[in-house]
Design a protein around this ligand. Sequence first.
Ligand SMILES: [Zn+2]
Length: 345
Amino acid sequence: MMSRRDALARALRQRARRHRRRGGILMYHCISEETYDPWAICVSARAFDDQMAVLAQARAVVDLAAFAGGDAYSRTGAQLAVTFDDGYVDNLVVALPVLERYEIPATIFVIGNAVGRTREFWWDGLQRALMSGEPLPDRLDFPFGDGQRAFSVNEQPGDIEANARWRADSGEISTSRQALFRALWDAIVVLEPTEQDDAIDYVLSWAGRTSTPPTSRVAVDAEQFSRLADHPLITLGSHTLDHVSLTDLPAERQHAQISAGHRKIEELSGSRVTRFSYPYGRFDDSSLAAVRELGVDVACNSVPMPAIASDDPHALPRVQATEMDGDQFTRWLREDHGLLRGQRL
Ligand SMILES: [Zn+2]
């Protein structure tokens, strides 16, 4: 349910944007089915196909490069770009055939050190450990971050269904698993990458889950990366070296993560990289300065709004597409974001 404050913010956003030139940058992560998906980062292959069909029929798709200048903006929000974050292997295996069918260009922002990594991303490990119908022990001592912390799990009837519906960004918590997931997520996001892996191993083992991730839920390897890099519809961008929370780091470490990640993607792809996205959408003046220094044309965050003509091309907002069929997707673009207005679909 939407709070009154959210409803007001939404109404103001819509009014402000109705009168301005705008365009949409769509953000995707995984193209796969997932019952427990607290960040709504998974869109099934079928829904993704429906959504791309809507864009193709509306002749609405532009390459992200159009957002580097003023070309993508119009009063009807008629132009949209497709982006993916992180570099999941399903982008190649599942999404690319759909993009090919509709001839839709897309940008994939890849984490430098994720290429060829065989373990899952920490947030997927946390989701697999905590958010499922499988039972959990009733107490966790978590020895990472600022001192040992103890958590208890106290399952109630109806929790499983509530967890499947739950969105971590809703601000609402109604079960002990949700509280645990949220607290651990906030504690782990700021750890060093190796500590994050240790923390996830610890939680997986505590939860009695295997340390082996589903093969579909990992990043591309070097060979798969090359296939994406060579594909005419795909442009690769960088997403830092280790997917750090930039705003929790001092300026020089932000700079190092941003520039090293960028160099890595350039080395692997053998060409210049001109696009970037901020991990977790988090950025500040230091990250912005480091990104500008790279000389990239466009950088995207995750503020859920259409882009407008006066936006900084190094801090472009994106709307996150979730599991929606074609009709829902069309209504969401038009009614929530003022995009694709007046187009025949
Ligand atoms: Zn990311």
